[in-house]
Design a protein around this ligand. Structure first.
Ligand SMILES: [Zn+2]
Length: 422
């Protein structure tokens, strides 16, 4: 059922809300996050405090901002739905650090007619080259772009705006039945540390949805299995003046030999879709000791095991051929959430139903990366991902479709009702 109409009061509020969020600087820092600092930047706390006020004034219950910058809130079940299973909606507050998120000046283009949009720094958005933008023009959409000097932050402020809009709608429309709904806005997703300090003890939900996808229709329930392999080669150093045949073993050369032996057709730059890969990430060292870090990615668990053993075999072969020693260590980063989601099929099924209720045909796209949802799924809370209407992520040419962001909010309203039926 369609609850949220384009050009309605709620649609205007969604636009205002999103634009307001984009202007709040909330860039995260990988370096700080890698060093265990959470949140990695104090700006994220600023944004969280503003959101905290908004949730309270919008009528959310139990609103609480943790000392690690996770903002929690919930809306209680409507009368008669107290026994419905609760679920949680998640979005992240930080934006990526590669492009500045300071002094964002969002440009609102209403009734977009398909003209080429020229932004600063010679950035152009041309619908003849961007099919999604052409679609926005055909639908007389409102789009929001940057001014060309910063990113927009649609990833994931569009997700937060959609969630707050949908739940505010439920709060003021008591006739729509729903169970308890929790929300969690988290820091540091872009640094890969978004779930490191997640206050699981606060969550009553046994399933959740992230609202952190892109184009309308995207429904993500599958991602890579991800491991990092750290390989260390130990050579036998000798001063080059004294180096003699069979006397010196140069760890750098052994590391280079190993890297060259990895399958050339299985790199990120030579693969696509469902193909996994080996990605050399870092190399450093000297003649005595050289370390290599690789990312291993595969959608299939058994194939991932094969990748790990191939790394071991190739590393041993490179070491043995030169008389070096080697140590290999594999570190699990995240796992494909498909496994966890397949155990509780209703979580995805009810979401598919909600998409279709809103006239949106779900497009299942496997993510060639991980999400906060994949981490949560591993922790036992199956969490697929919903689109937000944000496009050209992580760049100054980012733009957001208001129609699609509203559709994401409408899907959340429908989902809230449909969950009472499972
Ligand atoms: Zn995101």
């Amino acid at each position: 059922m369609k609850y949220l109409e384009f050009n309605s009061k709620e649609c205007d509020e969604l636009l205002d809300r999103f634009v307001k969020y984009t202007k709040i600087h909330s860039t995260s820092s990988s370096e700080n996050a890698d060093n265990g600092i959470c949140p990695s930047t104090s700006e994220q706390f600023e944004f969280a405090r503003q959101l905290e006020k908004e949730l309270v004034s919008s009528g959310f219950d139990n609103v609480e901002l943790t000392d690690k910058c996770y903002l929690y809130g919930m809306i209680p079940a409507s009368a008669g739905c107290e026994n419905v299973k609760p679920f949680c909606l998640l979005a992240h507050m930080d934006t990526v650090e590669e492009v500045s998120g300071l002094n964002v000046k969002p440009q609102i283009v209403k009734n977009y007619d398909g003209k080429i949009l020229s932004l600063k720094n010679s950035i152009t958005l041309d619908p003849s080259k961007i099919p999604e933008l052409k679609q926005a023009a055909d639908e007389n959409d409102t789009i929001i772009t940057t001014d060309g000097t910063t990113l927009l932050g649609g990833d994931d402020k569009a997700g937060i705006a959609a969630i707050v809009t949908a739940l505010s709608y439920l709060i003021s429309h008591k006739e729509i039945k729903h169970g308890p709904i929790e929300v969690l806005f988290s820091p540091d997703e872009e640094t890969g540390h978004g779930m490191d300090n997640v206050p699981l003890e606060k969550l009553k939900s046994k399933f959740a949805y992230t609202v952190d996808g892109g184009h309308i229709g995207e429904l993500e329930s599958e991602c890579f299995n991800a491991f990092r392999s750290d390989i260390t080669f130990f050579g036998v150093p000798s001063h080059t003046n004294n180096a003699r045949k069979n006397k010196m073993v140069n760890a750098i050369s052994v590391a280079a030999k190993f890297l060259e032996s990895l399958p050339h057709t299985e790199r990120p730059e030579t693969t696509d879709g469902r193909e996994g890969f080996y990605c050399p990430l870092k190399i450093d060292g000297n003649m005595e000791k050289a370390s290599v870090s690789l990312f291993l990615r595969d959608f299939d668990r058994d194939n991932m095991e094969k990748r790990k053993s191939l790394v071991e075999q190739l590393a041993s072969a490179a070491a043995a051929s030169s008389g070096a020693k080697v140590e290999v260590r594999h570190i699990q980063q995240y796992l494909n959430m498909k496994e966890g989601l397949d155990k509780v099929p209703s979580v995805k099924e009810v979401l598919i139903k909600a998409y279709r209720e809103c006239g949106v045909e779900p497009v299942m796209t496997p993510i060639r990366g991980g999400t906060d949802g994949s981490r949560l799924t591993e922790m036992g809370i199956p969490t697929p991902n919903i689109f937000t209407g944000a496009h050209n992520y992580h760049s100054a040419s980012e733009w957001v479709s208001l129609r699609q962001m509203l559709k994401a909010a409408d899907i959340i309203v429908n989902l809230s009702f449909l969950v009472t039926k499972i």
